[in-house]
Design a protein around this ligand. Structure first.
Ligand code: NAD
Length: 273
């Protein structure tokens, strides 16, 4: 039975995570949950807040009490919150599942450093479909890059605070790596005014924000006389929550290291566990 803690339990993803943990029944159990110090949810039962009924887990403001040896803490919050938790997790040897997006290079380096001591699964998207798409578009790019332009288009709800989405960047990194380009050098984030003609090597990103869109991603390969589009549309956050809980169960008891969803899903063995 894997003991799970959730940071930011009152958030859109936090509430879904509680439901996903409850659905897993015998494999894992929520033992601790936290929210920010000024949250009106402090002291309330995490299960009640998530709509699954009382589970005897009060929401605390003290993230320190989430961490314990052998436990897995799931984090879908903000980069600064995640980074502030790394020291406590390292001190206690607590595993982390990081779903938060929007880290800069320094943030990613701090996470990689922590992963030398504790096991961490980090993914910009925990859905099976998107992780498969990352593989597929990388393979397609290897064949098409000679004569096709590559653009990535993403759409999310109006409350999302970072852009482009971590998933769009993940798709870009996966493609760039497959065709030997450095995403930092070839990425173009939005276009305005007299931009000049498109440069061949670039990978363009376009962002749409509005309403309650859970998350759409399209990779467009545009050639002369034909286009290929690969699209993933998430219609429920539950798909991310279930993936994150699956990652947490997979991570329990593993050696330190920085893992991704491809490791959890065991893609290299055709998805077989
Ligand atoms: P949200 O704003 O609804 O939830 C974040 C929660 O964290 C809020 O309830 C907030 O009060 C809480 N929080 C903030 N500071 C805290 C602190 N110091 N201690 C404890 N809790 C704190 O946001 P969301 O839509 O749930 O998304 C959260 C993050 O997850 C974003 O970065 C988003 O991009 C990412 N996300 C990732 C995936 C994925 O599959 N990897 C899927 C969806 C969202």
């Amino acid at each position: 039975m894997v003991e799970i803690g959730i940071i930011g339990v009152g958030g859109r993803m936090g509430r879904m995570l509680v439901q996903a943990v409850q659905e897993k029944g015998r494999e894992c159990r929520l033992v601790a949950a936290s929210e920010r110090a000024d949250s009106s949810l402090l002291g309330q039962d995490a299960g009640e807040v998530a709509g699954v009924g009382g589970i005897g887990v009060p929401i605390l403001s003290d993230t320190g009490r989430l961490f314990a040896t052998g436990r897995v803490v799931i984090d879908f919050t903000r980069p600064e919150v995640t980074l502030a938790c790394l020291a406590q997790a390292r001190q206690l040897g607590c595993a982390l599942v990081i779903g938060t997006t929007g880290f800069d290079a320094s943030g990613r380096a701090q996470i990689a450093e922590a992963a030398k001591e504790i096991p961490i699964v980090m993914a910009p998207n925990f859905s099976v479909g998107v992780n498969l798409m990352m593989r597929v578009v990388a393979e397609m790019a290897q064949v098409l890059e000679e004569s096709f332009d590559i653009e990535i288009i993403e759409a999310h709800h109006r409350h999302k605070v970072d852009a482009p989405s971590g998933t769009a960047l993940g798709l870009g990194r996966s493609i760039a790596q497959a065709i030997g380009r450095d995403l930092g050098e070839v990425a173009v984030y939005g276009r305005e005014g007299m931009t000049g003609e498109r440069e061949r090597q670039t990978i363009g990103f376009a962002t749409v924000r509005g309403g309650d869109i859970v998350g759409d991603h399209t990779v467009l390969f545009a050639g002369e006389g034909e286009r290929v589009e690969v699209t993933h549309r998430a219609s429920s956050r539950m798909t991310f929550a279930k993936g994150a809980v699956r990652a947490a169960i997979w991570l329990a008891g593993r050696r330190s290291g920085l893992y991704d969803m491809g490791d959890v899903l065991n893609f290299d063995r055709g998805g077989r566990e």
